[in-house]
Write a protein that binds this ligand. Structure first.
Ligand code: ADP
Length: 200
C-alpha cells in the first residue's frame, strides 16, 4: 500500500486531481465526504453534535443544518474546537475502516483540505500539495461558488498559508495553468506512485 495525503487551498484543484487519480485506479478517501457521513442522521456523531450545540442545529427533517452550525462555530473558536473534537476523530476512524477494506497494493489517496492545519503531514508516505496563487483561487471561487473577492479572501486567509503547505510537500502540482497542464502533472505523479500500472 502507498498512502498519499493530498491537500491544497480552497478551490486549488484537489477534487480535480483526486478524480484523475481515481481514474488511474487509486482508492480515493475524501475527508469532506467522510465528514458528512459521520454526522448523517442516526449516527453517534450527529447525536454528539446535538448534545453540544442543541436541536437548533437540526433541520426540520432531522438532518444537520450546516449553515446554522456554521454560524455558531464561525465566530467562536471554542465552539469550533468542540465541533472538530467530535468530527475529526470520527472521520479518522471511518478513513481507517475504508483503508482496511482496500485491496492489497492499492494506492490510497486521502484528500484532506486541512491536512496541514490538523498536523497530519507525517501520517502519509507521500504528501501531495496542489499549489495555486491566491489570485487563481479568487477567480475559481468566483466562478464555482459565486464568492465576491472579499468572501474569497476571507476563506483563503482562514486556511494555512501557501508557504506552510509547500513546507510539507513531497510533490507539488502547480495549478495556475489550464486543466491539461494539471493532468499532465497527475499522469507523471501516477507513474511514480504506481509504476507497474502507469498508463502509456
Ligand atoms: P478543490 O477541490 O481544491 O476545492 P476543485 O478541483 O473543485 O478544487 O477546483 C476548483 C474549481 O476550479 C472547480 O470548479 C474546477 O473545475 C476548477 N478548476 C480546477 N483546476 C482548473 C484549471 N487548471 N483551470 C480551470 N479551472 C480549474
Amino acid at each position: 500500500m502507498t498512502r498519499v495525503g493530498l491537500t491544497g487551498g480552497i478551490a486549488s484543484g484537489k477534487s480535480t486531481v483526486a478524480e484523475a487519480l481515481a481514474d488511474y485506479g487509486a482508492v480515493v478517501i475524501d475527508a469532506d465526504v467522510l465528514a458528512r457521513e459521520v454526522v448523517a442522521p442516526g449516527t453517534p456523531g450527529l447525536a454528539a453534535v446535538v448534545a453540544r450545540f442543541g436541536p437548533q442545529v437540526l433541520t426540520a427533517a432531522g438532518e444537520l443544518d450546516r449553515p446554522a452550525l456554521g454560524q455558531v462555530v464561525f465566530a467562536d473558536p471554542v465552539a469550533r474546537a468542540d465541533l472538530e473534537a467530535i468530527v475529526h476523530p470520527a472521520v479518522r476512524a471511518r478513513a481507517a475502516e475504508v483503508e482496511a477494506q482496500a485491496p492489497t497494493g492499492s494506492v490510497l489517496v486521502h484528500v484532506i483540505p486541512l491536512l496541514v492545519e490538523t498536523g497530519q503531514a507525517g501520517s502519509f508516505d507521500v504528501c501531495v500539495v496542489v499549489d495555486t496563487a491566491a489570485q487563481t483561487q479568487v477567480t475559481r471561487l468566483a466562478e464555482r461558488n459565486g464568492y465576491s473577492p472579499a468572501e474569497a479572501a476571507s476563506r483563503i486567509s482562514a486556511q494555512a498559508s501557501r508557504q506552510d503547505r509547500l513546507g510539507v510537500a513531497d510533490v507539488v502540482l502547480s495549478n495556475d495553468g489550464d486543466r491539461q497542464e494539471l493532468l499532465e502533472q497527475v499522469a507523471e505523479l501516477w507513474s511514480e506512485l504506481a509504476p507497474s500500472n502507469a498508463a502509456g
